[in-house]
Design a protein around this ligand. Structure first.
Ligand code: MG
Length: 389
């Protein structure tokens, strides 16, 4: 058994949306195909992944370093003990050869995306959904049938009215979701509060609504927003400030009683440990949203969960960023708090299996082997073309 080839291509997201800090018009993602020599139903088993949304394609590092290292390795050294499957831990170690400590995001996205594609192949070779395989390895075999799932919406877009925003939120609730998130920080505070109150009218109560400032604020504005948001008792206040400003996070945690959230812009276990050590993040209250394919992949995510457990953090406080089939499988397999969803937002890269059902705020899981991209017709067409299958 061996990896025959690993291919990567950059695909534009084609999104016109914006949050408080940037728009998505130039955004691309790297799609990866790991092609194995295992033949099933007449075709080679291939693992797929992409590097979620909100960052750019990272093919240069993949092509220059990580793919050649894997393909140059003796294939027998990349297999599990019985030689019956790929060993993603050994492949991760192989990719990390000759890499210096620190500087994580320069490589964590490229490595993580390949690593998640390897997991897809591993689960397919084992003929199991990835969430089942992860539950067996990391959660005592407890794989749920459905996962809590909320909508990341409430974007800013040209010409949008309050009525449009309320209609959007009504659509989400009508589709079966029970919690939504909206952007803040893209307008003056007073206007943002009008948007917020309008959305609260639709969703009913603060615990069904989170807000996301996408790292927009400096100290003064972050504290001003925290003070203004506090009375609404929101589910969480996400990314008020720079993701590495642990001092400001700690100050916010002093004055803002409701949950804070961050993590989608942290790329290593050490960064997350610094957040909980020095950022004032409160176990049992706040929310951590690491994006596994962007932070060295699933194996590293498991180490982050273990580290957090050592600091008293329950898995229910973890909501992997991404809004895609990968983060859903990870949320289900590890027994996390839930997943997010971006219905109709990121073209072929947002969303879940075409036959996924949203009901009572939860999403059903697919029984397809692997991550289950095969259930997303438009996305899978891109992946299949890349792999040539
Ligand atoms: Mg966010």
């Amino acid at each position: 058994m061996r990896i025959v080839d690993i291919r990567e291509t950059a695909i534009p997201l084609k999104s016109t949306l914006a949050n408080s800090s940037f728009d998505f018009t130039e955004m691309t993602t790297s799609v990866v195909a790991v092609i194995t020599d295992v033949i099933r139903n007449g075709k080679p088993i291939c693992g797929f992944a992409f590097n979620s949304t909100g960052r750019y394609a990272c093919g240069a590092q993949m092509r220059a370093r990580f793919i050649p290292r894997i393909l140059a390795a003796d294939p027998a050294t990349l297999l599990d003990e019985r030689g019956s499957n790929l060993d993603q831990g050994k492949i991760f170690t192989c990719m990390m050869r000759r890499e210096k400590a620190g500087g994580h995001s320069e490589r964590s996205i490229a490595i993580g995306t390949i690593e998640v594609a390897i997991w897809d192949a591993v689960a397919k070779i084992a003929d199991k959904p990835l969430h089942t395989l992860l539950a067996e390895r990391f959660n005592g075999g407890k794989a749920p049938a459905k996962v809590f799932c909320y909508v990341g919406g409430g974007w800013y877009w040209p010409g949008q009215t309050i009525q449009d925003l309320q209609d959007e939120m009504r659509r989400h609730l009508g589709a079966g979701y029970a919690m939504v998130k909206m952007k803040v920080g893209g307008l003056p505070l007073e206007e943002d509060l009008r948007r917020l109150e309008a959305v609260l009218e639709v969703v009913g109560s603060g615990d069904r609504l989170a807000v996301d400032a996408n790292c927009k604020f400096g100290r003064e504005d972050a504290l001003r927003y925290a003070k203004a948001l506090a009375p609404f008792k929101l589910r969480w206040f996400e990314e008020p400030c720079d993701p590495l400003d642990f001092g400001l996070f700690a100050d916010l945690a002093e004055v803002y009683d409701q949950p804070l959230a961050t993590g989608e812009n942290l790329y290593s276990t050490q960064d997350v440990e610094n957040l909980v050590r020095f950022g004032g993040f409160r176990a049992g209250r706040d929310v951590i949203q690491v994006d596994p394919p962007q932070a060295y992949g699933i194996g590293q995510y498991a180490r982050t969960i273990d580290m957090l457990a050592g600091h008293g953090w329950p898995r229910g406080a973890l909501f992997p960023h991404g809004g895609n089939q990968m983060s859903l499988a990870i949320a289900a397999g590890f027994g996390l708090g839930g997943a997010e969803s971006y219905p109709g937002v990121f073209g072929d890269f947002g969303g879940f299996a075409d036959d996924a059902r949203i009901e009572g705020g939860t999403i059903s899981l697919s029984n397809r082997p692997g991550i289950g991209f095969e259930g997303q017709a438009r996305l899978y067409r891109i992946m299949r073309e890349l792999a040539g299958i």
